[in-house]
Design a protein around this ligand. Structure first.
Ligand code: ADP
Ligand code: AMP
Length: 217
């Protein structure tokens, strides 16, 4: 199964991907997590990506596509994957299609998580991330059992630099201009399934699992 979680920043892609991957036994491929790992390791790609991420802009397509192709080529993705945060542009969506074709695979479905902008701002402003395993929390909506500590791996929680008000605004603008057109693209390909992301985390997961189980693998 090759599934895409499409949605604005803060819609719950990472939160849901973690749960769905566990249920479906699929690897989670999150472009933002991969970039943050490159930033931490100060690789050439990390140094290139930094200025874009800090401003809330998209990292150029060439570099992003190459990073995802490399990740999807690893053996753990052979049986499929859940893509979170990729594709975000038309060029990335087309590159993904051709790459899956090269692998003799095709997309199973795209789950579009719809959430209004005012809710996204509230979610992103209170988000905290585990430094070790990247699990997202929210100070009000999904707090850890122990303050500042990940429930799953006991790692430290931190607030992403790009979850500050100015950058959040830039990221939402970028989403509406560059990523939202993919909704139409995948609708035309008969792959799009819209989910109301403005419900409890558990309800969103249940809705998504029902959709996924109805899809052809
Ligand atoms: P994305 O990966 O799409 O940017 P996240 O999964 O990191 O979004 O979620 C953004 C923030 O919103 C996190 O703090 C998360 O805990 C919280 N969150 C996710 N889904 C919900 C939900 N259904 N209701 C309330 N808060 C949520
Ligand atoms: P995310 O963790 O998905 O919110 O992504 C954090 C940042 O990484 C984004 O604001 C972009 O700067 C960059 N990024 C993540 N995924 C992509 C992508 N598919 N294309 C371009 N840039 C990306």
């Amino acid at each position: 199964m090759y599934l895409i979680l499409l949605g604005p920043p803060g819609s719950g892609k990472g939160t849901q991907a973690e749960r769905l991957c566990k249920q479906l036994d699929l690897p989670h491929v999150a472009s933002g997590d991969l970039f943050r790992d490159h930033l931490k390791r100060e690789t050439d790609l990390g140094n290139l990506a930094r200025s874009y991420i800090d401003k809330g802009q998209l990292v150029p397509d060439d570099a992003t596509i190459a990073m995802i192709k490399e990740r999807l080529s690893r053996s753990d993705c052979r049986g499929g994957t859940i893509l979170d945060g990729f594709p975000r542009t038309q060029a990335q969506a087309e590159a993904l299609d051709s790459f899956l074709q090269e692998l003799g695979q095709q997309l199973t479905g795209v789950l579009f998580i719809a959430v209004p902008d005012d809710v996204l701002i509230e979610r992103l402003s209170g988000r905290r991330i585990c430094r070790k395993c990247q699990t997202p929390y929210h100070i009000l909506f999904s707090p850890p059992r122990e303050a500042q500590t990940c429930d799953l791996c006991a790692g430290d929680l931190y607030q992403r630099d790009d979850d500050q008000p100015e950058t959040i605004k830039a990221r939402l603008d970028v989403y509406h201009k560059q990523t939202a057109p993919l909704i139409k693209f995948y609708k035309a390909a008969n792959l799009l399934h819209e989910v109301d992301g403005n419900m409890d985390i558990d309800q969103v997961t249940d809705t998504m699992l029902t959709i996924i189980r109805s899809l052809r693998p």
